[in-house]
Design a protein around this ligand. Structure first.
Ligand code: 3UK
Length: 504
């Protein structure tokens, strides 16, 4: 052995062994399309060659704005193989959001659909927009099917994700080549026992860290297969996929389990018979949903907490050992502590801030020194922003330490919705908080009206109008459940709105 630093590229790591050992096995099922491991490698290579053709440099950002589809795999893994940094982004945002993301990441390439909102975004820097429903497939087809692997190291950046913040704009979260392997081995192998006989299906899309592990890193790392759903994961779509493709591992979020449950009530047969493991993450799983799901399908849902910064789940329940109402125990390869405001560990059972450490945790946000100082502590610890207590090694979620909301497992910033509310002429001040509906957090607005609108407070039409106003300006998952008119909002002596007081 020589002591040169080992070359390691996660795209090649995930693809090449499979292309040798199971060339003709189906890696991806998507609608009526099937992609074998052999074809996957070939298409990834073609994408890498296209980047050469476009004169893209290693470390240049390639933004991926695509529904779950084989092309997502080609673009994501092709970029990594080439040494460029793919940046998958949420497909549900507004044009201005994409303008921000493109400029913050300085993406050189955008992969999207011709009529998407991302396609409409303007950039101040040179950026190729490549459309999947236009010339992109045609260009790819002409590329050679073999490509060089960029000689990266384990610790080099491989890709970025974006994570929302409570006040500011989304933050770029760079991950390294080794991070995916770490979560695929420590979570997917140790906790789920994922193997080549599995077929994974995730309702969480590939652009989320949760979906990216579930549908890409995990199946490829363990030679399994994945089913992709390009459409929105309505309960009807989800049940149809489960019936047709008979997945063995099902990844959901609590809101989805709840809506699928309501549908299952009408069905005579249990469509989840093929499934050996159900996973939930993104927000806390209410014990009631756990119980009903087990009654209906016979399967225990494994709740686990993960984050974009950690890449995937770091505390999880285990099969045969589930404690409903908890996030479970620490996953091998990670450490967790509960600390007080001064950074000291709290005694067992007491509530404090959850901090975690582990190899897949990002080293810090892109270009955000202030956030990094706040969230990344000495010794490699990351402050998750969650409040937790621990009893007998089981972690119990106690809510967020900030005002951020998780609605349907997706970040919603109260500040962003408040900023829209106050644009309405009737609204003087606004606060947005989460209230539980069936054990799940939904966003509600509280508003003070301007003079001249106050007589309206008796009738519903103004609140209806304001809800409509919000829904015209924000993507659906950020819409308010309801809005309440109040005389004043609770504030601190310095005039800061106390959202926590409205939560009660
Ligand atoms: C919250 C949970 C209680 C918590 C994610 C699995 O959700 C993921 O990543 P995000 O960056 O959000 C992280 C935050 O979401 N949360 C997630 N799971 C749970 N709260 N119980 C849970 N089981 O506030 C956390 O800090 O969107 C989930 C895998 C990868 C992920 N990125």
């Amino acid at each position: 052995m020589n002591n040169k630093i080992e070359i390691f590229n996660v795209a090649s790591e995930l693809l090449e062994k499979n292309a040798i050992n199971r060339k003709d096995k189906v890696a991806i099922y998507c609608g009526n399309k099937k992609v074998t491991y052999g074809e996957l490698l070939e298409n990834v290579n073609k994408f890498a060659n296209l980047l050469t053709e476009l004169n893209i440099s290693p470390k240049d950002r390639v933004m991926i704005h695509l529904p779950d589809s084989p092309m997502f795999f080609y673009a994501f893994l092709g970029s990594i193989k080439y040494g460029a940094w793919p940046v998958p982004v949420n497909t549900m945002l507004n044009v201005e959001d994409y303008e921000y993301l493109l400029s913050d990441s300085e993406a050189r390439v955008l992969i999207t659909e011709k009529n998407s909102k991302a396609a409409k975004a303007k950039t101040n820097h040179l950026c190729y927009k490549l459309y999947v429903d236009d010339f992109l497939p045609y260009y790819l087809q002409k590329m050679p099917g073999e490509a060089k692997t960029y000689p990266s190291k384990k610790e080099d950046i491989a890709f970025w994700l974006y994570s929302s913040g409570s006040t500011g704009k989304p933050k770029g979260v760079p991950h390294r080549h080794i991070d995916m392997i770490h979560s695929a081995d420590n979570y997917a192998l140790s906790i789920l026992g994922l193997n080549q006989n599995d077929i994974c299906f995730s309702v969480s899309k590939l652009f989320f860290a949760y979906g990216l592990g579930n549908s890409l890193a995990f199946p490829l790392r363990h030679g399994a297969s994945v089913v992709l759903l390009s459409q929105p994961p309505s309960p009807e779509n989800v049940i149809e996929i489960v019936k047709t493709f008979k997945p063995t591992v099902f990844f959901g979020v609590p809101t989805q389990y709840n809506s699928v449950l309501k549908r299952l009530g009408d069905l005579k047969e249990n469509p989840f018979k093929s499934v050996r493991i159900c996973v939930s993450a993104g927000e806390a799983l209410p014990p009631e949903i756990f119980k009903k799901w087990k009654e209906k399908t016979g399967i225990e849902i494994l709740d686990g907490i993960g984050s974009t910064e950690a890449l995937h789940i770091f505390i999880s329940n285990r099969k045969g050992n589930v404690k409903p109402g908890t996030s479970g125990r620490i996953v091998p390869g990670y450490e967790a502590k509960i600390i007080d405001e001064d950074g000291n560990e709290v005694p067992e059972g007491e509530v404090g801030h959850l901090i975690i450490r582990g190899e897949s945790v990002t080293k810090g946000y892109w270009n955000r020194p202030k956030d990094n100082q706040e969230k990344f502590l000495e010794g490699g610890w990351f402050k998750t922003g969650d409040m937790y207590s621990v009893v007998d090694g089981y972690f119990v979620y106690q809510g967020r330490g900030d005002d951020m909301l998780k609605v349907g497992g997706i970040w919603v910033s109260p500040v962003e919705i408040e900023n829209v509310l106050v644009q309405h002429p009737a609204v003087n001040e606004a606060a947005v908080v989460g209230h539980e509906v069936e054990g799940l957090v939904k966003a509600f607005g509280y508003i003070c009206l301007n003079e001249g609108y106050k007589d309206h407070s008796e009738n519903d039409s103004i609140t209806e109008e304001i809800l409509q106003f919000v829904s015209e300006r924000l993507p659906k998952y950020k819409w308010l459940r309801d809005v309440y008119i109040v005389d004043e909002l609770p504030k601190t002596a310095t005039g800061k709105i106390q959202r926590f007081r409205l939560r009660k």
